[in-house]
Structure formats: C-alpha cells, structure tokens
Design a protein around this ligand. Structure first.
Ligand code: GDP
Ligand code: MG
Length: 162
C-alpha cells in the first residue's frame, strides 16, 4: 500500500488549499468560513516521482468547552492511520490553546510531523513562521498554499520522513 500523509490543523488554516496545491488541481473543498466539518477525504498524490495517499481532514473545531470531542477523535483517527503528518498552522494568527493540545496529541502518536507555517504570502511573513519553532516540532516551513510559495521545500521535507 502507498504511504499515507495526513494534513491536520485547526479549521481555516489552509489545509484544503495545501492539499489542492500538492495535487496540482482544485479537488479539496476550500471554505472561506471556518468551522465546516467534513470527513477525512483521501486523494492519490505524487511528488518527485513518489506516490502517496494524501488525506485532508476537517480539522479540529473548538467550542466553548474546548476541542469538540467527535472532531478531535476524527483527527486522531487520521493521525493513527497516517505514516506521517503535516501540521498546518496559520502563521498570521499564530498558535492557540487548541494548537498546543494538538501538538501533545501528535507527540503521543509518535508519527513524524512536518510543520507547515501557512499564509506566508511574502518575505514579510517569514518572522511569523520563525515564531513557530516554539511549538517544539522542529523547523517551521514557511508556505503560501494559496500562491505556491515554499511548497517545494515543504514537500521535500515530507518525503524525507514518509
Ligand atoms: P481549511 O479549513 O484548513 O481546509 O482551510 P481552507 O483551505 O479551506 O482555507 C481557508 C481560507 O484561507 C480560504 O479563504 C483560503 O483561500 C485561505 N488561504 C489558504 N491558504 C492561504 C495562503 O497561503 N495565503 C492566504 N492569504 N490565504 C490562504
Ligand atoms: Mg478544509
């Protein structure tokens, strides 16, 4: 079976946009409105001649009490089934308590994680990305999923661990 790469993170950080960028076509549904829950969706993908299964997730949603249990469970399943994980953070927003909880979950999973600092549309955003070293997940890769900036370096890092 092909290796499985799961894309996880909070709603609206750009997971589906990144998935479309990797696929080279608009297949994953991109939403301007955060908080639209969807199931995990798998796509056949390829980079540098390596084929893998790319899994888009609905993301972790937050209600007043914290992470919604069902959605957290779904994301946890996606991580459990994956060989590697891309954790997407909106670098223009920074991290939230939810991100910290997700990081703990990712650490417990023992899976290799590549940190995508998304929405870095230009050089001015690089500093926002560097702040994400504090998550303890290693190097944050500054990416603009929307424009394609930095996605090559991100994918090369992913293939190293996949
Ligand atoms: P998801 O909920 O994590 O799957 O996020 P989406 O992919 O649906 O994107 C949410 C919103 O963020 C959409 O309006 C996207 O166009 C926007 N977005 C995604 N990636 C980028 C990016 O790299 N730069 C900017 N400026 N906007 C982005
Ligand atoms: Mg999405």
């Amino acid at each position: 079976a092909l290796p499985v790469l799961a894309v996880v993170g909070r709603p609206n950080v750009g997971k589906s946009t990144l998935v479309n960028r990797i696929l080279g076509r608009r297949e994953a549904v991109v939403e301007d409105k955060p908080g639209v829950t969807r199931d995990r969706v798998s796509y056949p993908a390829e980079w540098s001649g390596r084929r893998f299964t790319l899994v888009d997730t609905g993301g972790w949603e937050v209600d007043v009490a914290g992470i919604d249990a069902r959605v957290a469970e779904q994301a946890e399943v996606a991580v459990a089934l994956a060989d590697a994980v891309v954790f997407v953070v909106d670098a223009t927003v920074g991290t939230t308590d939810t991100d910290e909880q997700v990081v703990r979950l990712l650490r417990r999973s023992g899976k290799p994680v590549v940190l995508c600092a998304n929405k870095v549309d230009g050089p001015a955003g690089e500093a926002d990305a560097a702040v994400l070293w504090s998550l303890g997940l290693g190097e944050p890769f500054p990416v603009s999923a929307l424009h394609g900036r930095g996605t090559g370096d991100l994918l090369d890092a992913i293939l190293d661990v996949l």
